[in-house]
Design a protein around this ligand. Structure first.
Ligand SMILES: [Zn+2]
Length: 268
């Protein structure tokens, strides 16, 4: 198979879209989203993050944003928490239908995990309750899962973009996204940060967006048996880049709300 540039066969694409969470955004995607989030933290949230990060992170949240992927074979129970199980070719997300593991256990999916770890982190200011949770792991899980729930396609588009546009340097890509956030996406970015009804976090809305985008863009112009070329890559890349930026802005907004003194979390 010709692999100069981004070439996905139809079978590979279907695999990636229908089996979400197996590869996730990959290290680069999670690092990018968390690096963007770092720039939007309030002083209060920044201080809490610094206190909770493990020593190995050396103060860098982005460096632990793939931790949840690295430990999924050790923490076997966490495996279904990286995705939602939407039925094939359904273009919407429904919590009761889609949030379960392969045994059908309700609430075992990425959106429920985001609610759970957000709730745990909201104990940060409660010295009695705080000790019942491992808030360092809660922070690392939440930072990763907010990335996962924004996933539309997979690492290959990011990897190809790094080669084609960013001199194989992730810092260049992150800087380009940060620039977009202060220019082209400036107005949008403030609305990305908000949830309806003033909720602390709204993963159901994020999952709905991802599934709608996957239906709208992932299959279109992808003919079975063909290879997907430049046109496919160039038209989809902006969607992937915007999702990474949204994940970053929303992670920061969630942490800012969580680590502010008063926290209110809606039920799933
Ligand atoms: Zn993941």
């Amino acid at each position: 198979m010709n692999r100069s540039g981004l070439w996905l066969t139809w079978a590979e694409l279907v695999f990636l879209v229908l089996v979400p969470g197996i590869l996730g955004w990959g290290k680069e995607g999670h690092y990018t989203a968390c690096k963007i989030a770092e720039g939007y933290l309030t002083e209060e949230a920044f201080a809490a993050v610094q206190r909770l990060l493990p020593d190995s992170a050396e103060g860098d949240l982005a460096s632990v944003c793939s931790w949840a992927d690295e430990i999924r074979f050790h923490y076997w129970w966490s495996r279904p928490l990286h995705y939602v199980d939407t039925p094939d070719f359904r273009c919407n997300y429904e919590f009761l239908r889609d949030c379960h593991d392969s045994y059908g256990h309700e609430g075992r999916c990425v959106t429920a995990a985001i609610f759970n770890y957000t709730r745990q982190l909201s104990m940060y200011h409660n010295s009695v309750l705080e000790s019942s949770y491992n808030l360092t792991e809660a922070l690392m899980f939440l930072s990763h899962f907010i990335g996962d729930v924004h996933q539309v396609w997979d690492t290959m588009i990011i990897e190809s973009a790094l080669k084609t546009f960013y001199d194989k340097d992730l810092t260049n890509m992150i800087q380009a996204l940060q620039q977009n956030l202060t220019n082209a996406w400036l107005n949008d970015a403030s609305s990305w940060a908000n949830c309806a009804k003033n909720e602390t976090v709204c993963p159901n809305a994020f999952a709905s967006e991802s599934i709608t985008l996957a239906c709208k863009f992932a299959y279109r112009n992808a003919t079975p048996g063909s290879t997907l070329g430049d046109e496919y890559f160039l038209s989809r890349l902006p969607v992937v880049e915007k999702r990474l930026a949204q994940a970053g802005v929303r992670l920061a907004a969630t942490l800012n709300r969580v680590f502010a003194s008063q926290v209110k979390i809606a039920k799933a």
